[in-house]
Design a protein around this ligand. Structure first.
Ligand code: TYD
Ligand code: MG
Length: 456
């Protein structure tokens, strides 16, 4: 391998320096320098030795095989998020907060792949092989095609890859791996990027499917998954409330499938269990006839999802009343309270407001506006909403209800879960014949009208 040299490069303005500098003399940015390799071969010759080839242009027609061929993965919730299985030679980043369940889920996935697709190698930089073995026992994993190793040095990892010859490689986590060619510590942006690009080359040239685990911290992501998003093919985030058992696996980038797909899991005593019918799970503990509770029908990717929104409004003892939103955007809550005050005449200026989406779910879709507004109105009036009614609609600043997409799918899901009536925006009435029968849809023009209907 040609001799390598490293330099430090300012990420703001591109200024080079042989040393790391706290402040960039060119653009004045603080802590913007990141170590990079300039000379020599950025990809260790070990990768090249292992795959034994250099690139060679091919005619389009000569490229063999179905480019979308996928390794089987009999875990529907995971497989769907990837677009139908794991593409050989692809590199997939799984981000999430520490403790959310990344290692658990990936160990389950690799065990399944070891059984159905071929040998799998799980490299951990955080836990000993014994600890992983104990977890595997807890998860009931028995396959003997799964290899475990604790290692953080990339060159050593590559030599393990070449002796095991796996079809699937897991690196847990990318922040703990390091290359000898860089002087900076593991976890540093330069190291993390370098490690990711080495694994990216490995995946592309060997056809091994590579999963990288990346921790995201609460404050954002220093040297975390964000800096890697452009290097990898697919980015998944595992989300959830640490105090709740539900976990959502979201795809935010996917070269081999649609983004916005979501897989739902529940963290149980023996690992992550797939939740095939999330609406049912999210409504399991619902108390009917309680004031302040409303059912929203949202879409997660292509899948409709019913979620309970709870609101509580109480007289404040502060000069500035408090607003707390869990599971919806805070500004959305402010907008909806403003519309309730100005367009409907419900006074909220002396009320503390707490809003919660049940199950640790996060709803970013405006289609849930109507449910949020009605949960609030129901709490203020201390009158429950009808137990068999669900709500769909975006609220505009004039208090009008605006139409939302994929209405038939939403209505079907509500019907399937036993709801009899759904309030929907009037503007969708135009193509009302495409809406499913079997569930009554009541079209309303404004928030005012919806409140009259549901809380009279
Ligand atoms: P882990 O997969 O180690 O999280 P991450 O890799 O994202 O940091 O999961 C840690 C949590 O999961 C831990 O609090 C214990 C819990 N857990 C279960 O509830 N059930 C299980 O079967 C396992 C293995 C872990
Ligand atoms: Mg872990």
């Amino acid at each position: 391998m040609a001799k390598t040299r490293t330099i430090f490069v300012c990420q703001e303005c591109g200024r080079n320096s042989p040393r790391e500098m706290g402040r960039c003399p060119n653009c004045g940015g603080w802590n913007t320098f990141v170590e990079e390799i300039v000379a020599g071969d950025p990809v260790p010759s070990a990768v090249q030795r292992m795959v034994g080839q250099r690139s060679e242009p091919q005619r389009l027609a000569e490229i063999e095989g179905d480019p979308w061929e996928r390794l089987p993965l009999p875990m529907e919730e995971f497989s769907r998020v990837l677009g139908g299985g794991v593409v050989p030679g692809s590199i997939i980043l799984i981000g999430g907060e520490p403790g959310i369940g990344k290692s658990t889920l990936l160990l389950q996935v690799t065990a399944l792949m070891a059984e159905y697709a071929g040998p799998a190698l799980y490299v951990s930089g955080e836990e000993s092989a014994r600890q992983i073995k104990m977890r595997a026992e807890r998860l009931g994993i028995t396959t003997d095609n799964l290899f475990l190793v604790t290692e953080t040095n990339i060159d050593v990892i590559l030599s393990h890859v070449s002796s095991v010859q796996p079809r699937v490689l897991v690196v847990d986590s990318i922040q703990t791996t390091y290359s000898d060619n860089l002087e900076s510590l593991p976890g540093n942006v330069g190291q993390v990027k370098q490690a990711a690009s080495i694994f990216q080359h490995l995946a592309k040239e060997s056809g091994i499917a590579v999963f990288l685990v990346g921790h995201v911290t609460k404050e954002g992501s220093i040297a975390g998954p964000r800096v890697l998003e452009h290097i990898v093919d697919t980015v998944l985030y595992l989300e959830g409330d640490a105090f709740q058992t539900f976990r959502l696996l979201r795809s935010v980038k996917n070269r081999f499938g649609a983004t916005s797909e979501v897989g739902v899991f529940e963290m149980q005593g023996a690992g992550m269990a797939e939740v095939a019918n999330p609406s049912e799970a999210f409504l399991a503990e619902r108390m009917v006839n309680a004031a302040g509770s409303a059912i929203a029908v949202t879409m997660e990717g292509t899948r409709p999802l019913l979620a309970e929104v709870q609101a509580l409004a109480t007289m404040t003892s502060f000069a500035n009343p408090r607003r707390t939103a869990n599971g919806i955007d805070f500004n959305r809550l402010l907008l909806i309270t403003a519309v309730l005050t100005r367009r409907v005449g419900i006074r909220l200026s002396e009320q503390d407001i707490f809003l919660n989406v049940i199950g640790g779910l996060r709803i970013d879709e405006p289609a849930a506006d109507l449910a949020i507004a009605l949960a609030l109105a129901s709490s203020i009036k201390d009158r429950p909403l009808p137990a068999d009614m669900a709500f769909i609609g975006e609220i505009g600043l004039s208090g009008e209800l605006r139409t939302v997409g994929q209405l038939p799918a939403r209505l079907n899901e509500a019907g399937k879960l036993g709801f009899k009536r759904v309030l929907i925006p009037r503007s969708v009435r135009r193509n009302a014949d495409s809406l499913p029968d079997g569930i009554e849809h009541i079209a309303v023009r404004s928030l005012d009208e919806a409140i009259d209907l549901a809380l009279r």
